[in-house]
Design a protein around this ligand. Structure first.
Ligand SMILES: O=C(O)C1=C[C@@H](OP(=O)(O)O)[C@@H](O)[C@H](O)C1
Ligand SMILES: C=C(OP(=O)(O)O)C(=O)O
Length: 451
């Protein structure tokens, strides 16, 4: 579980150019889903390239608690022997999802149409995040939930004994909510329908189809209408997890802002529901190219090449692009601080309910580091200081949020004075090799107080 160890203060300072190849780990979203869908299949699912970050390890542990057999061999290949749709057993103890919103919300959905009871908790960050967004639709299936005030963890869910299929329009753009409803719909007879006004990442739909479920998506004036036929027999799969574009964002953006850099980040999926950051960076004038663009497993994949880009300009990021880059706004704000002019980000209310309030966390540190930031409930504006123009000389609060920690460390590599974070520990939730990977590119990262 994350966030419970001693804090790991870390400092980044300006130094050499970043050069070389950055092989980032597996995709976090796809890793969670591989374990969960493997646990719902009858037979053995084999997974290579699974992200071994704490968030995903907590999901693996949870799948064992619900009765699946989950193992890892010495080559890093994971095997899941599933229990079938509706086959989850009642866990004997509390399910601790650590820092992971995706883990807890998808697992709640998965168990909500099986007549068992489970209690969920997490670290201080996860215990502060809203869960009613999933328990409200799960109640329509017949599940009940009791949690702390405001729909907070710890929370106990009793799954529906006789689940009904549901038709649900998501009130917030959230792949976690959509996925929780679809996973619950797996064990409801008949058709469960989810309607989303804005497209969010579509890994659950693609992977459910890959595991043999009957699922279709129709684009209508109301939005994307996703229809799933319940109670399929899911067939175990062999999964090669693609690399995570959200992790690739860090070496890519660091290379754009550190003088003289030239970094190749190979094999990154450019699924349009995930690639909004790269499009935005190119509009800002980043020297970011897609090399060896190809199709793999039906998805566009490329090697990303990022070179130092001292002439980037602030832009107005189209709000309709927000869902496809939702986890990338913190690192975008660092690029924006090193660009000329204002970068305007609207339609991003969801940033306030992530592992931290990400607008507030970034604004606080950026302002302290000499960057003007304006913000409101669902928007923020970063006024760029130009290439290398961030003063730095601060310690930013990571607030148990991996993306805040990584963003400020990348900022420190280009700032005039070093930038520290009070706790780099949470980085292990999504990108456990961030520190050695960035060091291998030439980054000056120091653990404060290390011998
Ligand atoms: O479904 C997923 O795998 C995720 C969905 C997003 O959350 P929301 O659904 O809350 O937007 C994203 O922020 C998270 O990192 C991963
Ligand atoms: C928001 C994130 O994750 P989660 O919601 O799974 O905690 C993230 O990884 O940026």
């Amino acid at each position: 579980m994350s966030g419970h160890g001693d804090p790991v203060p870390m400092t980044a300072r300006r130094g050499a150019a970043l050069t070389g190849v950055a092989e980032v780990p597996g995709d976090k979203s796809i890793s969670h889903r591989s374990l969960i869908l493997g646990a719902l299949s009858v037979g053995e699912t084999v997974i290579t390239g699974l992200l071994e970050g704490q968030d995903v390890l907590d999901t693996a542990k949870a799948m064992r608690a619900f009765g699946a057999e989950v193992t890892r061999d010495e080559h890093g290949v994971w095997r899941v022997h599933g229990v079938g749709v509706g086959g989850f057993a009642e866990p004997e103890d509390v399910i601790d999802c650590g820092n992971s919103g995706t883990g807890v919300r998808l697992i709640m959905g998965t168990m909500a149409t099986t007549p068992i009871t489970a209690t969920f908790t997490g670290d201080a960050s996860l215990r502060s995040r809203p869960m009613a967004r999933v328990t409200d639709p799960l109640a329509l299936f017949g599940a009940s939930a009791v949690g702390r005030r405001g729909g907070r963890l710890p929370m106990t869910i009793t799954g529906a004994a006789e689940p009904l299929p549901v038709r649900y329009k998501t009130p917030v753009p959230s792949a976690q909510v959509k996925s929780a409803v679809l996973l619950a719909g797996l064990n409801a007879p008949g058709q469960t329908v989810v309607i989303e006004a804005e497209a969010t990442r579509d890994h659950t739909e693609r992977m459910l189809a890959g595991f043999g479920a009957e699922i279709s998506t129709e684009v209508t004036p109301e939005g994307r209408v996703i229809t799933l036929t319940g109670q399929p027999e899911l067939k175990p799969q062999t999964i090669v997890v693609p690399r995570d574009p959200s992790s690739a964002a860090f070496p890519v953006c660091a290379a754009l802002i550190v003088e003289g850099s030239d970094v190749l980040v190979p094999n990154i999926g450019l699924n349009p529901t995930r690639a909004g950051l790269f499009e935005t960076l190119r509009h800002m004038g980043a020297d970011l190219t897609y090399e060896n663009l190809r199709e793999e497993g039906g998805e566009p994949v490329a090697d990303l090449r990022a070179r130092y880009s001292p002439d980037m300009q602030g832009i107005e990021v189209p709000p309709e692009r927000a869902a496809s880059m939702i986890d990338e706004y913190p690192i975008l704000s660092i690029v924006a601080a090193n660009a000329t002019g204002a970068t305007v980000m609207r339609g991003v209310k969801e940033l306030r309910v992530k592992e931290s309030d990400r607008i507030d966390a970034m604004a606080e540190g950026l302002r302290a580091a000499g960057v003007e930031v304006e913000d409101g409930p669902d928007w923020w504006i970063v006024h760029g200081r130009g290439a290398g123009g961030v003063a730095g000389g601060i310690t930013a609060r990571a607030r148990l949020d991996h993306r805040i920690a990584m963003s400020f460390l990348c900022a420190g590599l280009a700032a005039q004075q070093p930038i520290s974070v009070d706790d780099a520990g949470p980085i292990a939730t999504s990108f456990p090799v961030f520190e050695p990977l960035m060091r291998a590119l030439g980054a000056t990262l120091e653990r404060v107080g290390a011998a």
